[in-house]
Design a protein around this ligand. Structure first.
Ligand code: SAM
Length: 242
């Protein structure tokens, strides 16, 4: 079973610390994109969390189900209006099965990298394929590993630097791992959270998809279908089940 890094302490502050990601300008294009792919069918969110995407997607009329490891995150989702429309199963999204056939499954906000082994990521694609109807799609939003910007011999890349927040990724290139460190000062207290990830290349994801019987249908650098280029820092990829 994967390790739960979203316990009570993280869950309690999640919506607050990720407030920017809950803005309509961020959420609406994601929901548009997914509702379009669902095309009248149902959606499955892996790592549904506190419902940032699932709740507005369900409000659009798309039947949504979710999987998440964290009871604490899901408790926040269940306390929100509209959550009674969304069935959630507690478990590891690499292996947990839920009832139903889906036209779209999605895994956003870098969460594929929470699976810290290649075997886990491969199993996740296979699990998704088992839930999709033929022609159904798997959508992943994830960063492009930042190695292009990592000077030779160095291991650390900052992603947030402000008087009250410091965030940096610590790369271990040999194991294709990184640890994201978050330091935040609030009310005179220092809050420190470090989460392990496995970074993963777009082409490696394409191969995982192929192993699971899916092929790449679209790759963009954002939810508004911005072109994916050599400079893109992240991608939104869609694989289709044969
Ligand atoms: C960064 S949060 C994203 C939550 C939500 N998708 C969003 O966009 O706000 C990652 C979520 O994935 C869940 N998660 C991480 N690894 C998981 C795993 N192996 N199986 C199931 N859930 C997992 C965490 O508990 C957490 O709720």
């Amino acid at each position: 079973m994967a390790e739960d890094h979203f316990g009570e302490h993280v869950a309690e502050g999640y919506d607050r610390s990720a407030a920017d990601m809950f803005e309509p300008a961020v959420v609406d294009p994601v929901v548009d994109f997914l509702a379009d792919l669902a095309g009248g069918g149902a959606a499955l969110e892996l790592g549904i969390g506190t419902g940032r995407i699932a709740l507005p997607l369900a409000r659009r009329g798309v039947p949504v189900r979710g999987i998440d490891l964290s009871e604490a995150m899901v408790a926040r989702l269940r306390a929100k209006p509209g959550a009674d429309q969304i069935g959630v199963t507690i478990g590891d999204f690499a292996t947990t099965r839920v009832e139903g056939r889906f036209s779209v499954a999605y895994l956003v906000f870098n969460t594929i990298m929470n699976l810290t082994t290649q075997d886990g990521q491969v199993a996740c694609f296979q699990n998704v394929a088992a839930h999709l109807q033929p022609g159904g799609c798997f959508v992943v939003e994830v960063m492009v590993p930042d190695l292009q910007r990592l000077p030779p011999g160095e291991t650390v890349r900052p992603f947030t630097v402000s008087p009250t927040r410091l965030g940096f990724d610590e790369y271990d290139v040999a194991s294709q791992g990184l640890v994201s460190h978050h330091y935040a000062v609030a009310g005179g207290n220092l809050d420190v959270v470090s989460v392990p990830f496995r970074y993963v290349w777009p082409a490696e994801l394409d191969l995982m998809a192929r192993l699971a019987g899916m092929t790449l249908r679209e790759r963009w650098s954002g939810w508004r279908r911005e072109p994916f280029t050599s400079d893109s820092a992240r991608h939104v990829s869609v694989w289709e089940k044969a």
